[in-house]
Design a protein around this ligand. Structure first.
Ligand code: UD1
Length: 443
């Protein structure tokens, strides 16, 4: 059996309790931030996903050391001395771009290959570069490489035309060690920005206003190592919640910060689910067919996240009527439509609009994950479909889902044919002898 395929025999009901893995989009910029301080960092609840593995390859390439102890990740940045990011991982994921701000901050020069990531649209980096240029960086575009230099990084007022998550992260990362004050206007308000700011603060940075559109940073001379708990992944949680809706299931997801879910609980209720939630858990039960949603638009936080749009679309294809989705963040986020159609879904899409005529009886089919979130949505659809579904391209799903096989097992999914985990084993083996050795720096 191909390890990049997953077989699911449906229909099955999702039922159970699950501790949600650490967040990919929080962990990656936090890992980039470790470069800004010299010392031994400890990250708890870090997700063991291929994107984190690729980021570690880059950090190690730059001179860091990294080890896992269970889900605790130890990163030693004391020997960092390479400002050139090469490594195989660099071209594979988008968040390589956050290394621009952190390497510039620590070393005042940087070279990275143009960033990769899922094929969900143009994904330019103009806002990142303009923001960093305002802090004093100068960039030269070579054929495959971006070269940046900043003799001095200085504070500035940075205006982002769009609240880009990555651009906000990059400016934040460069500004914490810059001389003077920086104010980011039009900043992204995503929970991952709040987490990055809290992590940087633990390293000694001075930041105010994260989680609002205006973030103020007062540059400091040095940052030190820190210990941090990565929050659980709101998108992984959301994926399983839509899975529960589609399968008339009942799930309780633990360690999920309610504040990170934005308007998701409201959307689930609108679709007819019973929802209970407290500070760090959410319970969802669905007793009947999903109700359609007349119009939903993806939007920056606290709006409905683009990363859950495919899972929502899969759920709406089983709803009792017509729904309409507008995708406003990434233009190529409807690649899953063709695959859902193979499973019997009735969806019409044009440009950024999709009309979903619900009530489809999904049936098993051979489908292909073409990007991370669409792949996860296909798995949820497979649970609700009649017969066997083969999902190819599981390597995309492993970019963000640590062990979806194991998660599904805990959520009561039994009749799977593909038992193999698909995610790569870590190259950064667990070494129990590695300890902080530098406790006063670990706050
Ligand atoms: C991050 C998340 C991704 C999520 C997205 C939106 C990570 C690793 N990835 O991606 O999962 O879907 O936020 O919540 O955290 N844009 C520009 N110029 C730029 C930067 C962005 O035009 O310089 C546009 C993009 O093309 C896109 C929109 O802004 O249309 C949003 O992008 P952005 O918020 O930057 O997303 P990412 O940081 O790439």
């Amino acid at each position: 059996m191909d390890r990049n395929e997953l077989y699911i025999k449906g229909p099955q009901r999702m039922q159970g309790e699950l501790l949600i893995q650490g967040s990919k989009n929080a962990a990656l910029p936090i890992l980039a931030a470790t470069i800004l301080g010299e010392g031994i960092f400890i990250l708890h609840h870090c997700p063991k996903i291929s994107d984190v593995e690729h980021m570690l390859e880059l950090l190690v390439d730059a001179g860091c050391r990294a080890y896992w102890e269970g889900h605790m990740l130890i990163v030693d940045t004391r020997e960092l001395r390479n400002y050139r990011v090469k490594g195989d991982g660099a071209g594979k994921m988008r968040s390589t771009v956050t290394l621009l701000g952190s390497i510039l901050g620590r070393m005042h020069q940087v070279e990275i290959p143009y960033p990769g990531g899922c094929t969900i649209g143009k994904r330019p980096i103009d806002l990142h570069l303009r923001g960093l240029e305002q802090l004093g960086a100068v960039f030269e575009h070579q054929e495959h490489t971006l070269v940046g230099k900043a003799a001095i990084l200085h504070g500035a007022s940075v205006y982002l035309d769009f609240p880009s998550v990555g651009a906000t992260e990059n400016v934040l990362l460069a500004a914490v060690l810059a001389e003077g004050s920086t104010v980011i206007h039009g900043a992204a308000m995503e929970p991952e920005i709040v987490e990055l700011a809290s992590f940087l603060r633990k390293m000694g940075a001075k930041i105010l206003g994260e989680g609002t559109p205006v973030i103020s940073i007062e540059g400091v001379k040095r940052l030190h190592a820190a210990e941090y708990i990565v929050p659980s992944d709101r998108i992984v949680a959301g994926t399983y919640l839509f899975g529960a809706l589609m399968t008339r299931g009942e799930v309780r997801l633990l360690h999920v910060p309610l504040a990170h879910l934005g308007n998701l609980p409201g959307v689930l209720e609108q679709m007819g689910a019973v929802v209970e939630a407290k500070e760090d858990w959410i319970y969802v039960r669905m007793d009947h067919q999903c109700r359609p949603i007349p119009y939903l638009v993806t939007a920056p936080f606290p709006g409905f996240p683009t990363d859950l749009q495919s899972a929502l679309m899969a759920a709406l294809s089983t709803a009792s009527g017509i729904s309409f989705i507008e995708e406003k963040i990434f233009e190529a986020r409807f690649q899953v439509v063709e695959e859902l159609q193979k499973m019997g879904a009735s969806i019409t899409s044009e440009e950024s609009f999709a009309l979903i005529d619900g009530d489809a009886r999904l049936r098993g089919a051979k489908v292909e994950a073409k990007e991370l979130r669409g792949g996860a949505a296909l798995i949820m659809a497979a649970l609700a479909a009649e017969g066997e579904t083969c999902i190819q391209g599981m390597e995309y799903v492993c970019r963000g889902y640590e062990d979806i096989n194991e998660d599904l097992k805990k959520l009561g999914i039994k009749k799977r044919c593909g038992e193999q985990g698909c995610c790569p084993k870590t190259a950064f083996t667990e070494e129990t002898h590695v300890r902080t050795g530098n406790n006063e720096e670990v706050s």
